[in-house]
Design a protein around this ligand. Structure first.
Ligand code: ZN
Length: 181
């Protein structure tokens, strides 16, 4: 009896430890996330998300969109992002790339860094939708931390610009991203 209780305690501790770990980024997680984003932004563009396929002909896998129908991402990159910045950052990154496919679809070509900041804004709109409609725990703070760290003071803007526009989309929604940026 005592032994059974102890092993249950150990199991409980192991499960509690597991809950703190990052989500495993695999094909089902990525495709489920793509489905969620399609449910929100599918009226504007409907790209296919390719995982570990080098679908954009990129030399190194990260996350990119290379036309209205193609998003290419790498498992290693997305997993590292979730490990470093927290759960669901990969969803924000996918939504950012989805924003680029909408830009391709509409022929939007803003001056740097506004093209990228508009995509951040779209990412922010999905973070809000995921929270309010899909009932995910809020991940906008994780997303902003990731975006800030990937700022390059060039094409992607400064950390504070990425922070501002991600939150702008979160607060104001999709049409504001498209009409006011
Ligand atoms: Zn981008």
């Amino acid at each position: 009896m005592t032994r059974k209780i102890i092993s249950l305690l150990v199991l409980g501790a192991a499960l509690a430890g597991q809950a703190a770990l990052a989500m495993p980024v695999n094909n089902s997680y990525v495709q489920a996330s793509a489905g969620e984003i399609r449910g929100f932004l599918g009226g504007y563009s409907r790209p296919t998300v390719y995982l570990d396929q080098y679908a954009c002909g990129e030399p190194q896998l990260s996350a990119m969109a290379c036309g209205p129908y193609t998003i290419s991402v790498g498992t290693g990159f997305l997993q590292q992002q979730e490990n470093s910045y927290g759960n669901y950052v990969a969803k924000f990154i996918l939504a950012h790339e989805w924003g680029h496919t909408i830009q391709f679809t509409r022929g939007i070509n803003r001056q740097p860094p506004m093209q990228e900041l508009q995509a951040d804004c779209v990412g922010g709109t999905f973070a809000k939708y995921a929270e309010t409609s899909l009932r995910y725990p809020s991940f906008i703070e994780n997303a902003v931390a990731s975006a800030r760290d990937a700022a390059d003071y060039g094409e992607h803007g400064t950390p504070s610009q990425r922070d501002y526009y991600s939150r702008y989309g979160y607060a104001n929604g999709f049409s504001s991203c498209m009409n006011r940026i």
